[in-house]
Design a binder for this molecule. Structure first.
Ligand SMILES: NC(=O)c1ccc[n+]([C@@H]2O[C@H](COP(=O)([O-])OP(=O)(O)OC[C@H]3O[C@@H](n4cnc5c(N)ncnc54)[C@H](OP(=O)(O)O)[C@@H]3O)[C@@H](O)[C@H]2O)c1
Length: 342
């Protein structure tokens, strides 16, 4: 197997079992963050839940306790370094240590590059990329003090490939991948290899993300199929805590797209551009909105209600069958050309 899932261990796993560990999760009030909190709570982990919306966090914390975990809700804006440092301090004040930190909070602004206001573009970078910087800065001293631990950045397959109408999000997610690789190198060369750094690259996931995004497209946003449940990412994160890797895809489509991209980037860039231009919008019209980019939505919800649309799945499968065939033909053509050039 090639690429992120090749299995190269990025460092040490948790120094303790999950039922004896403390894990901080940003973006825990909704979607993948909530699903991850529940997955860990079921295993008895102490979870520290961060996002802007306090009522939503409290609801998630309550459910985590019902599931058997310990939970602390800490309202946090990840764009504010002080707020993130207070989150780390509160986690240690309550549970004594931090064993792992999951940078998961994100927002998006959808529209052509020329249509996304610069203030929103900046804010997407601040939440998604700088928020991850803040999380790593706050977590590292505590992970060091605990004798090691795991840092997980939830990026996206869009950290590896491109998607039209998502320029700010793509730029931020590509940045997260480079940031993680550099921090991992630095930890190794400075004798801190007991702290692992992992990047998660999910496919499309069924969360409220597509309702939360700022929208300047004039059209209804829908998740491009196939759409996987948030538990797929939550379980990937749990596996990384036990057995860290540099990178892990979540959802088979992400693995397939990543592989195709590495084989024939120019061809797959075109095919994906065409496919996503057609599949990320529904039939309805929408007025411009800033979504949750500047303010929380406030409703705790794990799922977005899109999972399992078979018709979309069939379209996706057909499109990627075509893309796979195109990749194969393109690769054969390139090989033939390079042979005849010799
Ligand atoms: N859904 C997908 O298809 C998909 C695919 C690949 C990767 N991902 C990634 O998965 C992660 C979770 O996304 P999701 O799909 O679960 O979307 P979501 O349901 O919209 O969750 C986003 C979370 O980020 C929080 N957040 C936003 N701005 C924040 C800020 N300034 N400070 C603190 N928290 C903030 C939100 O809570 P508040 O509003 O309460 O702050 C919410 O808890 C993101 O990194 C996303 O890029 C998603």
């Amino acid at each position: 197997m090639t690429g992120p899932d090749r299995g190269y261990r990025s460092g040490m796993p948790l120094t303790r079992t999950l039922d004896d560990s403390t894990v901080v999760i940003t973006g825990a009030s909704s979607g993948i963050g909530t699903a991850t909190a529940y997955a860990l709570a079921r295993r008895g982990t102490a979870v520290v839940l961060a996002a802007r919306s306090e009522p939503a966090l409290r609801q998630v914390a309550q459910r985590c306790r019902e599931l058997g975990g310990r939970a602390l809700a800490v309202p946090t804006d990840v764009t504010d370094l002080e707020s993130v440092q207070q989150l780390a301090d509160r986690a240690v004040g309550e549970f004594g240590r931090i064993d792992a930190w999951v940078n998961n909070a994100a927002v998006s602004a959808v529209g052509l590059f020329d249509e996304i206001p610069v203030a929103e573009f900046r804010r997407v970078l601040e939440v998604n990329l700088l928020g991850t910087v803040h999380g790593i800065k706050a977590a590292l001293p505590y992970l060091g003090a605990a004798g090691g631990g795991v840092l997980i950045n939830n990026a996206s397959v869009l950290a590896e490939v491109a998607m039209p109408y998502q320029s700010a999000y793509n730029a931020a997610k590509h940045g997260i991948r480079g940031l993680a690789d550099t921090v991992r190198q630095e930890l190794r060369v400075t004798g801190r290899g007991q702290i692992s750094v992992c990047t998660v690259l999910p496919a499309t996931i069924d969360t409220p993300f597509f309702r939360h995004a700022a929208n300047h497209s004039g059209r209804e946003l829908v998740p491009p199929p196939p759409v996987y449940p948030p538990e797929v990412v939550a379980e990937t994160i749990v596996r990384l805590l036990r057995r860290p890797r540099r990178e892990a895809y979540a959802g088979g489509a992400a693995r397939l797209i990543g592989l195709q991209w590495r084989l024939a980037p120019a061809l797959v860039e075109r095919t994906l551009g065409w496919y996503l231009h057609r599949t990320q919008f529904g039939p309805g019209a929408r007025l411009d909105s800033t979504g949750n980019v500047f303010h929380a939505d406030g409703q705790a919800s794990r799922s977005g209600g899109w999972h399992g649309r078979r018709r979309q799945l069939v379209r996706m499968t057909a499109a990627f069958g075509l893309a796979a065939a195109g990749t194969a033909v393109g690769t054969m053509a390139m090989n033939r050309r390079s042979r005849s050039d010799r």
